[in-house]
Design a protein around this ligand. Structure first.
Ligand code: PNS
Length: 171
């Protein structure tokens, strides 16, 4: 009998910054799949608060003890990246109905582009259903607390950026 195939999932996103909602989905994915790769989009059109290297460093720090979680960057089509990696699953989080329309469009477009990859949606813990990277940045910029909403390393790095008066963080 042949060995069962090892299942590799990719969890793509901007992660600018990583939130506890992302962390929750990644840990759930790591239980379901043999390996899960956090695939950080390098998007030349956007000007992210955290650089590509910073986003990779943050994710590696948060998942340093999770042996089946990897961190990489990608650019171009997600399905091409997934094929290069030999992944057969794309994991996406669904927080609320408002996420559904765009997520459905992306899942069906990815299916049209590649028949061999399946999108799997997972729901985060209800504590994070209203949380997004955009809101986290806004709350921080306006002096609100992000405690419990983002990993400690993200809070620390946000404070460092605020201290260095990085544009996008001053209210
Ligand atoms: O965290 P985000 O910004 O919601 O993630 C969006 C992401 C990275 C999943 C999406 O923009 C993406 O897959 N971009 C890669 C380009 C691509 O493959 N586009 C066509 C299929 S939707």
């Amino acid at each position: 009998m042949s060995e069962p195939r090892s299942r590799l999932a990719v969890y793509p996103g901007s992660f600018d910054p990583l939130t506890n909602g992302h962390v929750d989905i990644i840990r759930r994915g790591a239980l379901l799949f043999d390996r899960i790769v956090i695939a950080i989009l390098v998007n030349m059109d956007k000007s992210p608060l955290f650089s590509e290297d910073e986003r990779v460093e943050i994710a590696r720090e948060v998942f340093r003890e999770d042996v089946n979680v990897e961190v990489e960057t990608f650019h171009g089509l997600l399905v091409d990246y997934a094929a290069r990696r030999g992944a057969d699953v794309i994991v996406r989080g669904l927080r609320a109905i408002s996420d559904f329309e765009l997520e459905m469009q992306m899942a069906l477009m990815n299916r049209r582009l590649s028949q061999s990859i399946e999108t799997v949606f997972m729901m985060p813990d209800e504590r994070y259903t209203y949380l997004s990277s955009r809101l986290a940045k806004e709350v921080f910029a306006l002096g609100g607390s992000l405690h419990g909403l983002v990993p400690a390393v993200v809070e620390t790095r946000l404070r460092q950026k605020a201290g260095a008066r990085v544009p996008g963080l001053q209210a």
